[in-house]
Design a protein around this ligand. Structure first.
Ligand code: XLS
Ligand code: CA
Ligand code: CA
Length: 445
């Protein structure tokens, strides 16, 4: 992977150069302490394992506004006479930032990259113009597109849903946006295409025909899949679960709900899941739980690594700083054989109070270092520790004899009951939770 630093006509982060790896003793805040891109862990470099991505929207579009206060951050690239000039400047800033940080990937929504036009045609033209520039910038930097997506939640027309809107004309608008975003993703060699259904749910059960809406969602996704494949998209379609916010209830509630939906509608051959740590918390699960449900189903696609706040019930999209979370997440990813088309996207934003341009680098450096440590520790836990053996040993009784016959479907319920009589009361076996937890902490050194 090339790490040439890109700067356009104007340099937007002049005080920051390429971020070096300096090791854990370094006192340079603008250096990696743990992420050493070329370091080999278990046969692959850190860069190949982690496949980090910077997201366009939080990093270069959001400026600190919250429901109680307006923007706090000022971005030089917004200073432009018209929206397309601002979009070009934003793109230069995005590629400068990502190439200085040294991440191999980025992600975008259609409207992050290019302004919506007066109608569908004009919006498409704007996006095509920006895609041509993005393709040039990708060639100049070696950066790649992890995923593209369409923003089907910000525009007022989507207030009652996009693919699940009760008004078919709105569904058609959503179709136009997804078609153009798929074209853009394919043109940029995107490895995945994401659907996050922020408004695919309801605010009021009484006014909502949930059955029709969910059937329409499946129909819409099937059409998108068919169109994507017809234009040569070879990557993975991803659904990103989230239980709520902005809607009271979102249909893609959590991993198991989405897995059931994909299987029910025969979409599990083309779609996998994009798991966001923050959304796991909102659904009442741990990050690792959501990842585990996906790998059990063979449907782990990609990760949005941003975390929530355990005291808050909303989506705070913070950079991931919790080492335990990173370790337990990477244990699941590594045990699954690592990412295929997916990667680790920082769908994260610096805090509203973080108004220095350097803060954006600091947030990403911290998240990348945290996952680099998580990777190394998880690898050692899986390779060097007795963890996998201990876990497998708990299920030893299914490996031969009648337990194996049960697994193979060779016993009926009457036979199972007969075995209970024959065995008598089983001797209690300890679950050894403390032993497992202590082992994980022993390796977090
Ligand atoms: C919002 C989601 C969103 C998706 C992309 O909560 O995380 O940012 O990742 O539309
Ligand atoms: Ca989020
Ligand atoms: Ca996300």
């Amino acid at each position: 992977m090339s790490r040439s630093v890109f700067t356009g006509e104007r340099e937007y982060f002049p005080d920051v150069g390429a971020i070096p790896f300096e090791g854990r003793e370094s006192d340079n805040p603008l250096a990696f302490k743990f992420y050493d891109a070329k370091k080999v862990i278990g046969g692959k470099t850190m860069e190949e394992h982690l496949r980090f991505a910077v997201c366009y929207w939080h990093t270069f579009c959001a400026k600190g506004a919250d429901p109680f206060g307006r923007d706090t951050q000022v971005f030089a690239w917004d200073d432009a006479p018209d929206a397309m000039t601002a979009a070009r400047q934003r793109m230069d800033a995005a590629f400068e930032f990502a190439s200085k940080l040294g991440v191999p990937y980025y992600c975008f929504h259609d409207v992050d990259m290019s302004p919506a036009g007066a109608d569908v045609r004009e919006s498409e033209r704007n996006l095509q113009t920006m895609v041509e520039l993005a393709a040039e910038r990708q060639r100049a930097t070696g950066m790649k597109l992890l995923w593209g997506t369409a923003n089907l939640f910000t525009h007022p027309r989507y207030m009652n849903g996009a693919a699940t809107n009760p008004d078919f004309r709105v569904v058609a608008q959503a179709g136009a946006q997804v078609k153009a975003a798929l074209d853009a993703t394919v043109a940029l060699g995107g490895e995945n295409y994401v659907f996050w259904g922020g408004r695919e749910g309801y605010m009021c059960l009484q006014n909502t025909d949930t059955r029709t809406e969910q059937e329409n969602l499946a129909r819409f996704l099937t059409m998108a899949r068919d169109y994507g494949r017809s234009i040569g998209f070879k990557g993975t379609f991803l659904i990103e679960p989230k239980p709520m916010e902005p809607t009271k209830h979102q249909y893609d509630f959590d991993a198991q709900t989405v897995i059931g939906f994909l299987r029910h509608y025969g979409l599990d051959g083309d779609f996998k899941l994009n798991i966001e740590a923050n959304h796991a918390t909102l659904a009442g699960h741990t990050f690792a739980h959501e990842l585990q449900m996906c790998t059990d189903a063979g449907l782990l696609g990609s990760i949005d690594a941003n975390r929530g706040d355990y005291q808050n019930g909303w989506d705070t999209d913070q950079f991931p700083t919790d080492l335990y979370d990173a370790v337990t997440a990477m244990m699941v990813v590594l045990a699954d054989g690592g990412f295929k088309t997916g990667g680790l996207n920082f769908d994260a934003r610096v805090r509203r109070e973080s108004v220095d341009m350097q803060d954006i680098f600091l947030g990403h450096i911290g998240g990348m270092d945290n996952f680099a440590r998580g990777l190394e520790i998880a690898q050692r836990l899986l390779e060097d520790s007795p963890y996998q053996q201990w876990k497998a040993d708990r299920y030893q009784s299914f490996r031969d004899g009648k337990g194996l016959a049960f697994r193979n479907g060779e016993l009926d319920l009457a036979a199972l009951a007969g075995l209970a009589q024959e065995y008598g009361e089983p001797v209690a076996t300890s679950g050894k939770q403390e032993l497992f937890e202590n082992l994980v902490n022993q390796y977090i050194a």
